[in-house]
Ligand binder design. Structure first.
Ligand code: NAD
Length: 285
């Protein structure tokens, strides 16, 4: 059992819905907050379906599944989650939006509440600057997709993050069944600094005609022992998310090698965002 009684999760997309489910499965009350009712409904559907599968596969009893589901409340107004004692922001990867959300989080939650962010690439110090009175409580708590399956939480301290905040984040990650690993506060941290340029390069290779997507992915899975090829992984992550992470690294690290590949940008502009829209590099319909 965690020391955290109730967690607010801001954003009910791919990541927020997964974080909410894992927390609830570990006995934590969850308020899942999103501006979009449709996203909240989609998250509830995903929660019910995942728990049905867990019961079918005998990973848990029906009672355990039902009581985990009953711990999750969906709300559209952050004020309705204000009694939470932990908050994880998992909204769209856009620093202006996240800064506004951080100001709202600072105003909404109590003075001891850790303000964690699941950002994939944005500097923790930069986000903390939006809430100067609470910068010691701001930390990166970077889960991986799909959250119920992936063990890692990349823990990123900003310039002012306190030891206590870090310690509590490690403790909470472990109590959620995860393995926390520290990284320093550079755009993209470790995971995306290494992964995203590889995905981006796969788009360049495709555009240059080096190979078709299926063959690029087969070469990387069969030849480099990757569990999933880079282009299929990009569809899974979301092509818009991949583009945005490249842009954040381009801005934060100041090197043109981080510019998103034109082919990646083209697909995003066409609305082909990957699994979530049914079409990205591949057709998922
Ligand atoms: P997503 O697009 O699936 O979901 C984002 C959600 O945020 C949407 O439901 C949107 O309605 C909501 N939102 C937007 N503005 C909001 C606001 N003001 N208040 C509340 N909710 C708001 O995105 P995602 O893939 O879940 O990514 C969320 C965060 O997690 C991003 O920072 C991303 O970089 C990070 N991340 C993503 C992955 C991944 O594989 N997709 C992995 C690790 C981390």
């Amino acid at each position: 059992m965690s020391h955290v009684r109730k967690m607010a999760v801001i954003g009910a997309g791919t990541m927020g819905s997964g974080i909410a489910l894992v927390a609830a499965s570990r006995g934590i009350e969850v308020a899942l907050v999103d501006v979009s009712n449709e996203q909240l409904e989609r998250a509830s559907g995903y929660h019910a379906k995942t728990m049905d599968r867990n019961v079918q596969k005998e990973r848990m009893t029906r009672e355990e599944a039902d009581s985990a589901l009953a711990r999750i409340t969906c709300v559209t107004d952050m004020a309705d989650a204000s009694d939470a004692d932990w908050v994880v922001e998992a909204a769209t990867e856009n620093s202006d939006l996240k800064k506004k959300i951080f100001v709202r989080m600072f105003e909404t939650f109590g003075p001891d509440v850790v303000l964690a962010t699941n950002t994939s690439s944005i500097s923790i110090t930069e986000l903390a600057e939006a809430v100067p009175g609470a910068s010691d409580r701001v930390i990166g708590m970077h889960f991986f997709n799909p959250v119920p399956v992936m063990k890692l939480v990349e823990v990123i301290k900003g310039r002012d993050t306190s030891e206590e905040t870090t310690h509590r984040t490690i403790e909470l990650s472990e109590s959620m069944g995860k393995i926390p690993v520290p990284a320093n506060d550079f755009a993209g941290f470790v995971s995306n600094r290494v992964l995203m340029p590889m995905i981006n390069e796969a788009f360049h290779a495709w555009a240059d005609g080096v190979a078709e997507p299926e063959n690029i992915d087969s070469i990387m899975t069969l030849g480099c022992a990757f569990p999933m090829g880079p282009l299929r992984l990009a569809d899974h992550i979301g092509l818009d998310v991949c583009r945005d992470i490249m842009l954040v690294m381009h801005r934060g690290l100041g090197d043109d090698k981080y510019l998103p590949a034109p082919k990646l940008v083209e697909l995003v502009d066409l609305g082909r965002l990957g699994n979530k829209t049914g079409h990205g590099v591949y057709d998922h319909t």
